[in-house]
Ligand binder design. Structure first.
Ligand code: SF4
Length: 256
């Protein structure tokens, strides 16, 4: 179901019958969060990574390439990229100019060429050419921060993600913006936002919670023009433009 197809809602703070009758956009985040996340999970069927990938290495590379780009653009180039350079050894040994030409459509292609060759070399050097499963090992790879590590671990190694004490929640620009708009955090620093979300969501929701916020951000809660009239959690959102609220994304929108 595409939430964008929801009929416009009135700006009233009335909750659906299945919710606590006194739950409004002014309720505390610990009361609103489970209801909001349940609604988004149902609407987006638990979320999904929109990057195309078949192996953990492909997901790692695609996630690195998605920085400052779109999943659609990355998906357009990765079939050719992985057909030509299928594994870390091939990417590490690739001609730099050829790789740059392939990565060019994703933007920042010189930095991204260095990043994927650097990570491929580190995988060969330290992990026998395999992507490691733990957060500690993932974030130790060159150019891999917690967002990328969380995306890779939660999608490619869900069992490791479920038991790893270092595991967390992938906070990209959409998660950052929606977490602020929905009043789940007041921070703008992704690490602090991740910590707030980890306290607010049950661990079983860490992986899918990030994915459904990303989908809602892409389809409904746009950075510049949130479509609050089409938003299924509008009645619980303290930033609803429809209800005349202040946009709590604030600085996050400027960052996005
Ligand atoms: S700002 Fe608007 S679109 Fe975004 S979550 Fe709130 S009500 Fe929904």
């Amino acid at each position: 179901m595409d939430p964008a197809s929801h009929p416009a809602q009135e700006p009233a703070s009335e909750a659906p019958a299945s919710e606590a009758p006194d739950l409004t956009r002014r309720s505390g985040k610990t009361k609103r969060a489970p209801v909001i996340m349940d609604a988004l999970h149902e609407a987006y069927e638990g979320g999904r990574v929109e990057l195309d990938w078949e192996t953990p290495f492909q997901l790692l590379v695609a996630t690195i390439l998605s920085a400052q780009s779109t999943d659609k653009k990355v998906n357009q180039i990765t079939p050719t990229l992985f057909a030509r350079y299928p594994d870390p050894a091939a990417i590490a040994a690739a001609d730099e100019a050829e790789l740059e030409a392939l990565l060019r459509p994703t933007g920042f292609y010189r930095q991204k060429t260095k990043a994927v060759q650097g990570v491929a070399a580190a995988l060969l050097e330290d992990h026998g050419g395999e992507v490691p499963e733990t957060m500690a090992e993932l974030v130790a790879l060159p150019g891999v921060a917690r967002k990328t590590a969380n995306v890779v671990q939660s999608a490619a190694f869900p069992e490791a993600h479920a038991r790893d004490p270092e595991a967390g929640i992938a906070v990209d620009t959409h998660v950052l913006r929606l977490s602020r708009r929905l009043g789940f955090t007041t921070h703008t620093d992704p690490t602090k936002i991740e910590r707030d979300l980890m306290r607010l969501w049950p661990r079983a929701r860490w992986a899918s919670g990030s994915l459904v916020l990303i989908l809602h951000g892409r389809r409904v809660c746009d950075a510049q023009r949130p479509r609050c009239a089409d938003c299924l959690v509008e009645h619980l959102c303290p930033s609803s433009q429809l209800a005349g609220c202040r946009d709590k994304a604030g600085q996050a929108r400027a960052l996005g």
